[in-house]
Ligand binder design. Structure first.
Ligand code: KG4
Ligand code: ZN
Length: 382
């Protein structure tokens, strides 16, 4: 089954053709980053206008690269939320129009489910992904731990109470005078920095919690930066590198500790990294170090025993970590295989998981459900 995926949730206009959920025939991404560098972040109206200009050429290019005509496409998939409303609307309108004109099924996809399915792109039949899987989804707008016991079944086991990890990277980059988007810049300068120079807080949110908080860490970096300015009048290259490295170490530490603890608790076979921050090399390396032995040392230096081994995965291609449309087509394929085609597109939704209706069951801080059927991400494992 060939699915044409369309993604316009933020500042990338993307289209892709994916066969049977794993074989990428084309993936075209028009990044608006140069447009948003000037403002140091995405201005929604500017992003939406650019999507209008680029959506048709990007879809045409994706079809051309896949060697397909529209008649060869079996279904259209589109991100319907969460994201910037004015950006989402462009992709949803384009996809709905194509589906109506071609009389093909239209699959609405949750953006986070899309990121999760990026790890299925290019799946090798001799190395199939085995459930249960615990996925750490870390991007600019999202930061969750999700348990999957089977395809298209997503159970939210942890989320951030304030910033997402990518957002924290972006804000710290701004504090340190680095460019936009912040994650790759922080990661670049951290490479030559001393990650042990500053011991920064890693919020645990309670002993057994799988939730995250990065606001304290961000404030700690702000305090360091202000102190440095007050005493030296500037930020040296060495200070910026050490600060970036120490910050990155703290973020990756808390993300990987919780990922591994969740994998132990839910008896996962695999642990996956997904979303823009999963492109971070230190995050990948730290997760790799922790899964490779029978124990690891957490941020407090405490030894944590692992009773099982977990296979670590992340997207096979860096371009599938950040926003792309191949992941949207992949999610649509596996969701369709499980739920069938009768899934009408609903209103595009802005905001994060909480504004999309996530609720937390009383008495169990580690179990949350996303109640909003329109986003349909948290189809609680039945
Ligand atoms: O998934 P994505 O493209 O968009 C959202 O869904 O939010 O993720 C973008 C985020 C940005 O915050 C960016 O700074 C971060 O991913 N990011 C990184 C790296 N590459 C992108 N963060 C840390 N290290 C990286 N190498
Ligand atoms: Zn994204």
């Amino acid at each position: 089954m060939k699915i044409l995926g369309i993604e316009t949730s933020c500042d990338e206009t993307a289209a892709a053709v994916v066969e049977d959920g794993t074989r990428v025939l084309s993936s075209v991404i028009f990044s608006q980053i140069p447009l948003h560098v000037r403002t140091g972040g995405v201005v929604p109206e500017v992003a939406a206008r650019e999507h209008v200009v680029k959506i048709v050429p990007v879809v045409e290019e994706a079809l051309k690269k896949a060697g397909c005509g529209l008649e060869d496409i079996d279904a259209i998939a589109v991100t319907q939320g969460p994201g910037l409303l004015s950006s989402l609307v462009i992709g949803v309108s384009a996809a709905s129009t194509l589906a109506a004109v071609l009389d093909k099924p239209l699959f609405p996809v949750n953006h986070i489910a899309g990121h999760i399915y990026a790890n299925w792109l290019g799946e090798d039949s001799s190395d199939k992904i085995k459930f249960p899987v615990v996925v750490l989804t870390v991007s600019g707008g999202h930061n969750e731990l999700v348990l999957m016991n089977k395809h298209a079944s997503y159970k939210l086991i942890g989320e951030t109470f304030d910033d997402a990890a990518g957002e924290a990277f972006d804000k710290v980059a701004r504090l340190l005078g680095l460019g936009y988007p912040g994650g790759p810049q922080v990661s670049r300068v951290a490479f030559s920095g001393n990650a042990r120079r500053f011991i920064l807080p890693q919020a645990q949110m309670g002993k057994d919690s799988f939730n995250f908080s990065f606001s304290g860490l961000k404030t700690a970096v702000l305090n360091l930066e202000q102190k440095e300015y007050a005493s030296t009048g500037s930020l040296s290259e060495e200070f910026i590198a050490d600060c970036a490295a120490s910050f990155q170490e703290a973020v990756c530490g808390v993300l990987t500790d919780k990922l591994l603890r969740a994998a132990e608790k839910f008896k996962a076979k695999e642990v996956h990294l997904a979303g823009g921050v999963s492109a971070n090399k230190r995050l990948r390396a730290m997760a790799g170090e922790k899964v490779s032995g029978k124990h690891y040392f957490d941020h407090n230096g405490k030894k944590v025993e692992l009773t099982s081994s977990f296979k670590l995965r992340f997207a096979r291609d860096f371009s599938f970590c950040t926003d792309n449309a191949a992941m949207v087509a992949a999610a649509a394929y596996f969701e369709n295989a499980r739920h069938g085609t009768n899934r009408p597109v609903r209103k595009p939704k802005p905001g994060n998981l909480k504004s999309a209706g996530a609720s937390r069951k009383k008495g169990n801080p580690n179990t949350a459900v996303l109640a909003d059927p329109e986003l349909r991400m948290y189809d609680i494992a039945r």
